[in-house]
Design a protein around this ligand. Sequence first.
Ligand SMILES: [Zn+2]
Length: 697
Amino acid sequence: MRQTKITLIMSTLAVAVTAMAGNPFFETYKTPHQTIPFNEIKTEHFFPAFEEAMKQHTLEVDGIINNPQEPTFENTIVALERSGALLTKVSSPFYNLMSSETNDELQAIAEKISPLVTEHSNSVRLNEKLFARIKAVYLQKDKLKLTPEQQMLLKDTYEGFTRSGANLSDTDKAAYRELTKELNMLTLQYGQNVLKETNKYSLLITAKALLSGLPADFMDVLLSNAKKAGKEGWLLNLKATCYVPFMKYADNRDLRRELYMANSSKCMLGGEFDNRENVRKIVNARLKISNLLGFKSYADYELVDRMAEEKAKVYDLLDKLRLAYKPEAEKEYAAVQEYADKHGAYFIVQPWDWSYYSEKLKDEKFAVNDEMLKPYFELENVKKGVFGLATRLYGIKFTKNTKIPVYNPEVDTYDVTDENGKFLAVLYTDFHPRDGKRAGAWMSDFKNQSMVENTDSRPQITVVMNFTRATDTKPALLTFDEVKTFLHEFGHSLHGMLSKCTYESLSGTNVYRDFVELPSQIMENWASEKDFLDGFAKHYKTGEKIPAELIQKIKDSENFNNAYLCMRQLSFGYLDMGWHTLEKPFEGDVTVFEKELMTSTQILPMIPNTSMSPNFSHIFSGGYAAGYYSYKWAEVLDADAFSVFSKNGIFDKKTAGSFRKNILEKGGSEHPMILYKRFRGQEPTIDAILKRDGITK
Ligand SMILES: [Zn+2]
């Protein structure tokens, strides 16, 4: 019904029709599978389309509110779910292009449009008449005989509104609005302080001898850093691209210490960018908001929409992992100390020594590196391997379709079909870095799967990477980590492509945050399986299969210092939970409280005048508050789920079929623990991750 709705409104608004002429967003796409006509969309089409789409959405919402019939699940919850189709049609290509093919004009539109879109969605979220109808349906929920997916939609819709304060008294609503405004400002300021403090620091080195140990291409980066700043020599800074390799390779211990201290004392030593007061204010504002909405702490509020459900379960996981990994982590520390001693260190290994000696020990122990592996991972072969894995597991096939319009000639498109030849999805792949593409790798969708008027409207999914491209003499060769990244994002794309849900907002990857990484991370498990690698990992020059001993080395080196890394992740998890389970406003000393929270996971010596909380953007200015644990949660899940494949065979069709039916097809249509138990037969345990990480044999 989407298109009829649009046509209807168009014909009544004669003036708007002329502005719409020639704007593809107002027409039915005539492309294969109604994919986005990138060849016809021009930058100037976006703004008028956004404006019109918001207008239409408002009219649709008004239609729901003014419906003379009593509120029902269909005329309120489903109607709201289906509303805003044109807005989705415009925003999906827009925001995808903002990430993968942006330019100044697009950025300018984004700046103009984002406050309007925020205002628009607030006007829907804070619409009292709309909420009154939703609440009326919600209160009858037990009598309505809804399917599990419908129950989920009702719950999500209702909670979406109440979590924005819709159910509060007028006084509390005003307080809520003030608090969210304050919190937004604080988190923004916090993030900017971290950025400014990071960017403020630089250290010019003029004597080359001080930089011994650094790889030549990294030296070039430092050289060009200096040049850009109008200086001569090598310029160090605190950005990850400089900090991480420097700590790994620099022989000069004093410089490592200097850089470590600068990095670990960011925003905590006084001065204009100090974040300690912001930390206090942020946790206190979050606590007040949670209290207003009826929760004891911010973690209680956040965990409602998580697979973990409650803080006791989060702590249970953190504690179990800590007890299991700590003895091994201490052994790893002792081994690095021993190696350092053997190589002339007359000191206790400190945080600024850890990466340096670990890297050297790893080299000595495993003698495997990217350059040895890359020749076996030519992109075209890896792609065949990854697509082929999906074919083996799920029977799905990928056929290139050059008739689908793309936003850049480098992008490829595929028709994805099921075992019986039935069309499943469109898949876009975009592999290489370009100006206008942001860093990293991600999966996204141009269109989600949903049922529209009893017709299954199939999804359009994209995976975007930043792999080094081919040169005149060499094809594109991937590192082992990049192979895993490909599998990871492809796993997300399977979640999107195989979706079989009714409602768009619950389909594909629209699931709870601590569940969304299961379909992606599980795919990474295949990367170090010999039977999988044998199928495609061939030397790009000689065609020789990847040697078995090399695969073994990959496997062995993957667990190197794993327990230490786990303890580090756990320490961040405890820190995050500590701040967000507070039930009283915090007025104490940030650093002192942090030490209490992190002591039980500490492996390396604690260093005075350093602190994590004032520069932990993930939880204080990103979206991970009371959610940092989910990294580990998802790892436990993926190891536990993969253990079923390990047991039944990594290509076992029956296991794959069950994973598809119970997890990949279901999106967020039911609670993730219910879905997971249907696949696994029980709740996840940590046994498999302990085994995979080499903690138990
Ligand atoms: Zn992911």
